[in-house]
Design a binder for this molecule. Structure first.
Ligand code: FEO
Length: 392
């Protein structure tokens, strides 16, 4: 792809990655992604904001061929999908200065071995004049690393945000054309890397509130010409109360746990509680992460294997613990053959979750009428708890 004009002397550069299906060797990318860099030509100085993932470097360097001089490279985030090609850009433009937060300087030095003399560090709120265009650097830590910042272009009212407000979508559309599709992709990205840091990100949103932002240009996905759409979505994910929803990740080996899960789903729905069900043997883990953003209750369904939870259930518990969703309640259901410590093991895996643990329902062998009755009681308790807490 070639460099594309956004506004007068402001260009998108980077790479659309149609093929990747996994990010960080973990996160499913059903729609690929893009690595967005931006080039701004002021009347006196030029600046490049971020670069691309190293596998995309040759495409990116080809875009730079027609640019004789870059005065500044801004690294808004030290993770390599944005910073990884900085060494090659510095090699091409040896006089360019690399602008970063002081924290990013340390990370960039460790990760890319960039020499000390290339850096200029900027404090929160510091500005840089390019002549007729002015950049303000705003420290927005923990999106999802400690060093992250965004950059505001004052005259054009554009916020360059890197991972913040980003979405993994490969498309030839430079600007958002389908907000529903972008909402889904952005929520997936928020859930997978930003949700654990939502209390800090909330402060970052507050910090951006005074800025008059006409456009948000993220490091992944399309550019927002209606910034309120994505800012409001972030507010909802961060500040909104949990919903009247149970997220139920489960795995079943001989159908006993599956029968319990099906019974609980019906009982919950009958009592007016929404359920998002994920068979962990086949599910997209990103969809599970998205569902965790809003859920009021998590119920994990697992058989006992080798005296503990099924490894897929342990993975889901580990993920939920790492993502720290805002759910208020949690329970465990499942079957066992001869014994084990499934409940104790799973409960020990979720110390980060600030949840009330509701009585688990475990059954020996196939579920009996008593087990179904216990599941009905669990559904009643969940519905009651959601009602008391006004989950909608
Ligand atoms: Fe898009 Fe945190 O990297």
């Amino acid at each position: 792809m070639f460099a594309r004009k956004i506004k007068n002397r402001i260009y998108w550069m980077g790479s659309v990655d149609w093929d990747s299906r996994l990010f960080d060797s973990l996160i499913p990318l059903p729609d690929g992604t893009s690595y967005n860099a931006y080039f701004i030509e002021g009347s006196e100085k030029t600046v490049l904001l971020d670069t691309v993932d190293p596998p995309m470097a040759s495409e990116f360097l080809a875009q730079l061929e027609s640019i004789p001089k870059i005065d500044y490279i801004v690294s808004q985030h030290a993770e390599q999908d944005h910073s990884g090609t900085i060494p090659q850009v510095l090699e091409k433009y040896p006089d360019a200065k690399l602008i970063s937060t002081p924290k990013a300087k340390g990370l960039l030095t460790d990760l890319l071995q960039i020499p000390e003399e290339s850096f200029i560090t900027v404090e929160d709120g510091e500005t840089l004049s390019l002549g007729d265009k002015t950049l303000t650097f705003i420290h927005t830590p923990w999106v999802h690393w400690p060093e992250t910042m965004v950059t505001y272009l004052q005259e054009d009212k554009i916020l360059f945000s890197c991972d913040f407000f980003g979405s993994h979508i490969a498309t030839t559309d430079l600007f958002v054309t389908d907000e529903g599709r972008v909402y889904e992709a952005a929520k997936r990205y928020f859930a997978e890397i930003m949700m654990p840091f939502r209390n800090v990100i909330k402060k970052n949103l507050e910090k951006l509130a005074p800025y008059d932002i006409a456009m948000i240009a993220p490091g992944h996905g399309q550019i927002f010409q209606r910034p309120a759409f994505i800012v409001d979505a972030y507010r909802e994910w961060i500040l909104g109360p949990p919903r009247n929803t149970v997220v139920l990740p489960y795995v079943s080996m001989h159908k006993s746990t599956k029968r319990m899960v099906e019974h609980l789903v019906s009982a919950l729905v009958e009592k007016g509680v929404r359920v998002e069900l994920f068979n962990l043997a086949v599910t997209d883990i990103g969809k599970l992460a998205m569902a965790l953003v809003d859920a009021g209750t998590i119920v994990v369904g697992t058989p006992t294997i080798l005296a503990g939870p099924h490894p897929y259930a342990a993975y889901a518990a580990f993920l939920a613990n790492a993502l720290r969703p805002k759910a208020s309640f949690l329970s465990i259901i499942g079957s066992y053959g001869w014994g084990g410590k499934t409940v104790e093991t799973l409960a020990g895996m979720i110390p980060n979750l600030k949840v009330e643990v509701l009585n688990p329902v475990l059954c020996k062998g196939v579920p009996s009428e008593d087990v179904f009755k216990a599941l009905d009681e669990l559904a009643t308790v969940i519905a009651q708890k959601h009602k008391e807490n006004d989950f909608k």
